[in-house]
Every structure is written in C-alpha cells, then in structure tokens.
Design a protein around this ligand. Structure first.
Ligand SMILES: Nc1ncnc2c1ncn2[C@@H]1O[C@H](COP(=O)(O)OP(=O)(O)OP(=O)(O)O)[C@@H](O)[C@H]1O
Ligand SMILES: [Mg+2]
Length: 406
C-alpha cells in the first residue's frame, strides 16, 4: 500500500483533539487513501435512539445528517451488530431499492462497519462508492481494525465525559454539604444569641416609642426617630437569624405553582411601579402544576428573591416570572435586568451574612435556600442574557389535581 493508514488512524484517534475533530481526521484519511468515494461516521444516541452524522469526507452531495430509530442501513447494522454491505444477502431487497433513492443517492455500493466496544454500540462507519471497489482480504481486515480503533476511542471519550460529570456532581454535593454545615453552625450560635438579644431589644423599642410620645415636638425628637428606625432594623435582623435557625414543622398543602408567586408579585407591585420596573408573568396552565408547600414559608422565599431583583434595578428594568415543568419538578424562574452578579461572587450569595449592600444583612437568600431545600426542592442562580440574574426554583410536583386548595 505504501502508506500505513492504520498507524495514521491510531495517531489521529489517540490525539488530544476534541472527539469531533479526531473523527473528522479519520474520515478524511479513509476517504483519501481507500477506494471509497464517501466516508461518514454516525454516532448512536442511546437516549434519543437516533444516529447523528458526526464526521464526513467525500463527494456525497445529499448526505443524511440524521437517522431515526429503525431507519436506513445504520439501523440494520445496529440490529445485526456486524458489518453489512449493499449486497448482503440477508437484506430485504425492497428496503434496498427504497434506500437507493433516499440514502445511497448516486452511489451503487455501500459498506457499513459497526462501532462496538466492550459490547456497547456507539455508531457506524459508513463507506460509499460509485463502483464496488476491490478490497483485498488484508484491507478488509484493516478496515475492521480501524472500526475497532474508532470504537475504543469513542468509548474512552464517553467514559471520560461520564467521569467528568460524576466529578462535577460530587463537587456540587460537597458544596451543598459545606453550605448545610455553615447554616447549622450559624443556626446553633446565632439562634442562642438572637434569643438573648430579642427581649431587651423589644424593651428598648417600647421605651423609645414612649420617649417619642413624651418629647412631642421637642428638637430631640428627630434623634429618637432615628433610634426607633435602627431598633426596627435590628429587630428585623434578629427575626431573620431566628428564621434561618427555625426548624418548625412545615405545614404542607397542595398549591398550584403560580399561586405561590402571585402574592409576592402583588406585594411588590407598587414598588415596581415607582422604580419604573415592568413585570411580566409567563405562567403554565393546562393543567397548572401542583406542589406541596407551606405557603407562608414559600412566600418568604419568593419575597426575598423579588426584593433583591427590585433592589438591583434602581434605574428601572424588567422583572419576569415564568413557570415550566422539568421532569418531576415544577420550576419557577424569576429574572431581572439589574446588572447581574460578578461571577467571582456567585458562589457566595447563599452564604449567611454575605452581602454587597450597605444596609443588607446577607440573610435573605440564606433563608430562601433553607426554605426551598426543606421543601425537597432546589434553587440556582445564574446571570442571564438581559444583563441581570435569573433565580430558578424547582419544587417537586404532584399530579393530584383534586387536592388544589387555591
Ligand atoms: N437579583 C440580584 N441582582 C444582583 N445581585 C444580587 C441579586 N440577588 C442577590 N444578589 C447578591 O447577593 C447578595 C446576597 O443577597 P441576600 O438577599 O442574601 O442579602 P442582601 O440582599 O444583601 O441582604 P438582605 O438580608 O437584606 O436580603 C446581595 O447582597 C447581592 O450582592
Ligand atoms: Mg436580599
């Protein structure tokens, strides 16, 4: 042959390029040095049950990009799990003549090799020629070895991707664990502290109110006013800390997904109008997903998200609340256009006391996170295309529509 295709294919498949690039290199190589006029590699998608064209080289003008389940010669290869060619005697002649119109276009001959490694099917190597080529037994064997080499390479890539995904999931789990631990530590320490502080604080608040009354129009009244505002602020912080530590039993009832956000949206309506913020809701009906929720708690969770969104859009913008289904989860996304969160801070926003605001306590999202996870749900945040943040909350949906309470 004067040219060693096999070692070139091994070199290409073992390279550090992306899988698509490596397969493309192999297709070009085969097409340049074998007596075929067109070489394609189709990968089998186990989930969708389809073949997708991954790499190709050659003269075909109408190469198919996609084969659905059971369609064409690739499906025959998957069924038989062996090499077939246009002349294989066990192929249905009717099917072949139909294929000539749809699949083989002007090629008279085709040969397909299964890409199988460790008994797992990954796709097909599909070679076409205008005229049936003469292949020596050595070349036949070499093509089988090339298909095996391709399969092994695809399998490595699949395993590597799976390993990377598992590693990412483990990292996420670890982050969640660290977060849960932080909250527990915060819960134990600050709940005791908050408890001790609350009673004297309530007393100070009461005395301040009395003092204000006694002072009447006195010039010192403005200082008492300030005291009163600060005491209210401290009371809010204490209540927030206590609610992070709160472990009271949830009062779960079935609610339609959209009813969970309806009140928080209503509460912030005036605030949105005065900040020049337009509110858009895209709700799921027909039928609306149902979730089991402690409505008072869930409202607090959404209040915090919406309050942050409004605070981020002090010069106006758009608040969008939309709902959708994602498998067993009913999902609500709340998006703003308030500038987004710097990527380096994204990992901190759910941490207790993390705030970038002058008068923030950094407990809003901690409380929200805790409420959602206590419901068995999840919450994520990411910067969106409208220069803002999208918070997505997933709550397990139930199918019992008769249980609607709202
Ligand atoms: N929609 C948003 N746009 C931009 N930044 C946000 C948004 N939501 C949250 N953040 C960032 O996350 C931080 C934490 O939010 P969180 O609600 O926990 O605390 P806070 O709003 O600062 O204080 P508070 O306890 O009063 O709610 C914020 O300080 C802000 O930096
Ligand atoms: Mg907040």
């Amino acid at each position: 042959m004067g040219y060693n295709i096999l070692s070139k294919v091994i070199e290409l498949t073992d390279s550090n390029e992306k899988l698509a690039e490596r397969l493309k290199g192999v297709a070009l190589e085969l097409n340049a040095h074998l007596p075929f006029d067109d070489s394609s590699i189709y990968l089998w998608n186990h989930k969708e049950k389809t073949f997708t064209l991954s790499a190709a080289a050659g003269s075909s003008t109408e190469r198919k990009h996609f084969y659905s389940k059971g369609e064409g010669l690739p499906a025959e290869v998957r069924k038989k799990r062996r090499t077939i060619d246009r002349e294989s005697t066990d192929l249905d002649p009717m099917k072949i003549s139909a294929l000539e119109k749809t699949e083989l276009d002007n090629f008279r001959y085709a040969k397909l090799y299964p890409l199988i490694s460790n008994d797992l099917f990954y796709g097909v190597l599909y070679l076409k020629a205008i005229k049936k080529p003469r292949l020596s037994p050595r070349r036949e064997e070499m093509l089988t070895v090339i298909a095996k080499q391709l399969s092994a390479s695809i399998q490595c890539e699949t395993n590597y991707t799976r390993l990377k995904r598992m590693h990412r999931e483990r990292e996420k789990l670890r982050e969640r664990l660290v977060h849960a631990e932080k909250i527990m530590a915060l819960g134990e320490l600050s709940a005791t502290l908050a408890h001790e502080i609350r009673t004297p604080l309530v007393n100070i608040g009461g005395f301040t109110a009395r003092l204000k009354k006694e002072l009447g129009e006195n010039t010192c009244a403005k200082y008492v006013d300030r005291m009163s505002t600060e005491v209210t602020r401290l009371e809010n912080i204490i209540n927030n800390i206590l609610s992070v530590a709160d472990e009271h039993k949830l009062d779960l009832k079935a609610h339609s997904l959209d009813s969970l956000t309806a009140e928080p949206i209503e509460i912030f309506k005036d605030s949105c109008a005065s900040h020049n913020i337009t509110v858009r809701t895209e709700q799921l009906t027909d039928p609306a997903p149902l979730v089991m929720a402690d409505i008072d708690q869930i409202k607090i969770a959404f209040d915090n998200i919406i309050a942050n969104a409004i605070q981020s859009m002090d010069k106006g913008g758009q608040l969008t609340v939309s709902s959708q289904r994602e498998g067993e989860f009913a999902v609500i996304t709340i998006s703003d256009s308030g500038g987004g969160i710097p990527p380096e801070l994204m990992g901190d926003i759910f941490n207790p006391f993390f705030t970038t605001k002058e008068r923030g306590t950094g407990l809003g999202l901690t409380i929200t996170h805790k409420i959602i996870t206590r419901h068995g749900g999840w919450i994520t945040a990411k910067n969106n295309d409208t220069c803002g943040v999208s918070f997505t909350v997933g709550l397990r949906s139930i199918n019992n529509h008769s249980a609607i309470t709202k």
